[in-house]
Design a protein around this ligand. Structure first.
Ligand SMILES: *Cc1c(COP(=O)(O)O)cnc(C)c1O
Length: 453
């Protein structure tokens, strides 16, 4: 079958690909916010497994995937690669459109690709419980599943507004054994402080992060985990692109353009880094495009600065494209893309002109998503529709210019828990995003100038 390219279990990658080894300019070091000196790995030990900290700072090109992790991956990997023939027809484009589908994982997105190794390395160190935060619920679901696989506890601080709005996501986490708290909660000093000031606080990702970190620091058998941004998270996701290369070879093609939605950068890195390696090492010229929402435009309108990774200022200072950690994006339905910053590695690659970034607005993304659904029969997560909008733009350009290009994108998750958003779209009630003004970006960037070394 030309339109669906499957691989065998044997073809699950055996290594994670670390792009740092091939980057012309290495990423700048994270800094301690107090001393403004590069942080030392031991500072991270209360939070992360030693192996994960090693991966975080590693410049080794290939890092072996443990057999135990590959065995669990085999439940849904290798993931299929499809050619979107019906979408091509609908668009009357000469372009060939391919997509890698990560929605078939137990959590319905790419996130278990990193949740599983993170749980594994923690288990190996004797850790009993992992805490985390979740916004829309994708990451909390993935980590609950992964902890269950290794018989560990998982505690999730879910932003209160999502906790109330998305009860099924919470129940999904519960079915995987995750314990879910609405954040702010009374369980932590950070939560109690927020609730004292405002008993009706609807919470934020920043508060939820603080709560999860506080719980992990307080207990030596508990660690903390993140679902994007950090180097080791991007590293784990590179199995997506490695599989895609083999599948494209089987299709007898190579992509000219690789597209993925961008929140913190992990699914983009996952599909794009193995192709970028071909650019860096083999002189290929594959365009890699990250797509962000117009309402949270850190890559296209943000600045390259040192900034906190969270809103409360608990993390080290990271050198990255950012809108400033105080920037408050509109409550768009693609919750996974509402992050003020970007991973350090992806930021350096963008600064060096090795990848591209564009933004798309919510209305246009849902339109593109609908076009995809009606042609291909898979409902994409609202995050993934950002990639689809850009794929359609590029495919239309191919038609106008009469050129055939191969376009590959990452369909990083399904949208079967996002029916409320699709309902709003179908009934014409999707709220317009408020325009982000240059002044508001300048103001929040000004707020971080004092953090610069
Ligand atoms: C979390 C999430 C994203 C955004 O995060 P990245 O790290 O940029 O990948 C995008 N899509 C889905 C489906 C997600 O769950």
């Amino acid at each position: 079958m030309e339109h669906k390219i499957n691989l065998t279990e044997e073809e699950i990658p055996r290594f994670y690909y670390n792009i740092v080894a091939d980057m012309p300019n290495k990423p700048l070091p994270p800094l301690h916010p107090g001393t403004r000196q590069p942080i030392t790995p031991d500072l991270l030990e209360p939070l992360f497994a030693r192996e994960l900290i090693m991966q975080e700072v590693s410049s080794e090109r290939y890092i072996q995937i443990p057999d135990e992790v590959r065995k669990i991956y085999a439940q849904w990997r290798p993931t299929p690669l499809f050619r979107a023939v019906n979408l091509e027809k609908a668009l009357k484009t000469p372009a060939r459109i391919y997509y890698k589908y990560e929605g078939g994982s137990p959590a319905g997105s790419h996130k278990p690709n990193t949740a599983v190794p993170q749980a594994f390395y923690n288990k190996m160190e004797g850790i009993k419980k992992i805490t985390t935060e979740t916004g829309a619920g994708q990451w909390g679901t993935a980590l609950s599943y992964a902890c269950q696989m290794f018989d560990m506890e998982c505690e999730v601080f879910m932003v209160k507004v999502s906790y109330d709005q998305k009860p099924y996501r919470k129940i999904l986490m519960n079915t995987f054994g995750g314990v879910v708290h609405a954040s702010p909660s009374m369980l932590t000093a950070s939560g109690r402080k927020v609730l004292e000031a405002n008993p009706n606080s609807s919470g934020s990702l920043g508060i939820a992060i603080s709560e999860a970190i506080e719980r992990a620091v307080a207990d030596p058998t508990t660690h903390y985990a993140l679902g994007s941004v950090l180097n080791h998270v991007l590293l784990h996701q590179t199995i997506i692109g490695q599989e895609a290369i083999v599948q494209m070879e089987k299709a007898g093609q190579m992509p000219d353009i690789v597209v993925a939605p961008f929140g913190g950068g992990s699914n983009f890195a996952g599909i794009a880094f193995p192709f970028l390696r071909m650019n860096l090492v083999e002189n290929q010229k594959i365009r890699c495009i990250a797509v962000e929402p117009e309402s949270c435009p850190k890559l296209t309108r943000g600045e390259f600065r040192y900034d906190f990774g969270d809103t409360m200022g608990m993390t080290p200072l990271l050198p990255m494209y950012t809108l400033g950690h105080d920037f408050m994006p509109s409550p768009i339905h693609a919750g996974g893309l509402r992050y003020h910053g970007a991973g350090v590695i992806v930021s350096q690659l963008l600064k060096d002109g090795l990848i591209e970034a564009v933004s798309q607005n919510q209305q246009r993304c849902f339109e593109a998503g609908m076009q995809f659904i009606r042609a291909e029969g898979i409902i994409p997560a609202p995050e993934a529709t950002h990639a689809i909008a850009t794929v359609i733009d590029e495919a239309n350009r191919c038609r106008e210019e009469g050129v055939t290009k191969n376009i590959l994108f990452n369909l990083c998750g399904h949208g079967y828990f996002d029916m409320a958003a699709y309902e709003l779209y179908l009934s014409g009630k999707l709220n317009g995003e408020s325009q982000v003004t240059d002044e508001s970006i300048r103001a929040s960037i000004l707020g971080i100038e004092s953090l610069q070394p």
